[in-house]
Design a protein around this ligand. Structure first.
Ligand SMILES: [Fe+2]
Length: 244
């Protein structure tokens, strides 16, 4: 098999993997307020009903309203949210679009990752990947918490994976999301003050400690598995081509 054909097949395989990863985060249309799988008061006392009303009903809605104004009659209007984020990140003229689209993507992932019956530890292939990367769930949790505590100003801390399933903790300022450099976001910690100030005031650390009690690990496991890396399918496909 010629090197040109191998490179063509390899590039197609990588594109398929990237598409799978994008689908893992594009579960809600860009201009639709994500429906919560729980009531506003269901996450108390970790997150109060009032914080949920403002965070979901006002802050997220305002990002959607602004993005709707910015993208009307532009090529962005027909794109899924992750594509809007990636494309606007590469344009110096579209900072407003990136900021609001990023916050929509971030909050869609954020609100869907909680459950009043959450907490505990992940299971299955995600648990294996965490142990493989950090040695134990407890060490991962400490590293993630430290990163969220230390992030200066407003932003997000993410657990993300690459196309081979390797996990990373990524700290991003403002509306940042690791999808802009090819990683799939799995779990996001919102450290904007609007996420916790009513309930915890300046005690960001207490808020982060409490959040672990409502993480819906089956949802995070499903996001990891939706990338296809759980079965090692992308890696296997590429390896198989090199072997032929
Ligand atoms: Fe937020």
């Amino acid at each position: 098999m010629s090197i040109l054909i191998i490179l063509l097949i390899l590039s197609t395989a990588i594109e398929v993997c990237a598409e799978k990863q994008m689908k893992a985060v594009d579960t809600v249309p860009p201009l639709q307020l994500v429906e919560l799988p729980y009531e506003y008061n269901a996450l108390e006392p970790v997150i109060s009903e009032r914080t949920m009303q403002l965070h979901h009903g006002k802050h997220l809605q305002s990002y959607i309203d602004r993005l709707a104004r910015y993208i009307v009659n532009t090529p962005y209007s027909s794109m899924p949210i992750s594509q809007i984020v990636v494309m606007s990140d590469s344009s110096v003229y579209d900072q407003n679009i990136f900021d609001n689209a990023g916050q929509i993507l971030n909050h869609n992932l954020y609100f869907a990752q909680f459950s009043p019956r959450g907490g505990g530890e992940p299971q299955g292939v995600l648990a294996d990947a965490i142990i493989n990367r950090w040695g134990s769930f407890e060490i991962f949790k400490q590293a993630f918490t430290q990163s969220a505590t230390d992030l200066f100003g407003s932003g997000w801390v993410w657990l993300a994976c690459d196309e081979e399933g390797q996990l990373y903790i990524v700290a991003e300022p403002n509306a940042g999301n690791p999808v802009t450099y090819g990683l799939t976001p799995l779990l996001g910690m919102d450290v904007w003050e609007h996420a916790y100030y009513l309930d915890y005031q300046n005690r960001r650390n207490d808020h982060i400690d409490a959040i672990w009690n409502i993480i819906d690990w089956p949802e995070i496991e499903a996001r990891y598995e939706a990338t296809g890396v759980a079965e090692n399918s992308c890696q296997t496909a590429i390896e198989r081509m090199w072997e032929e």
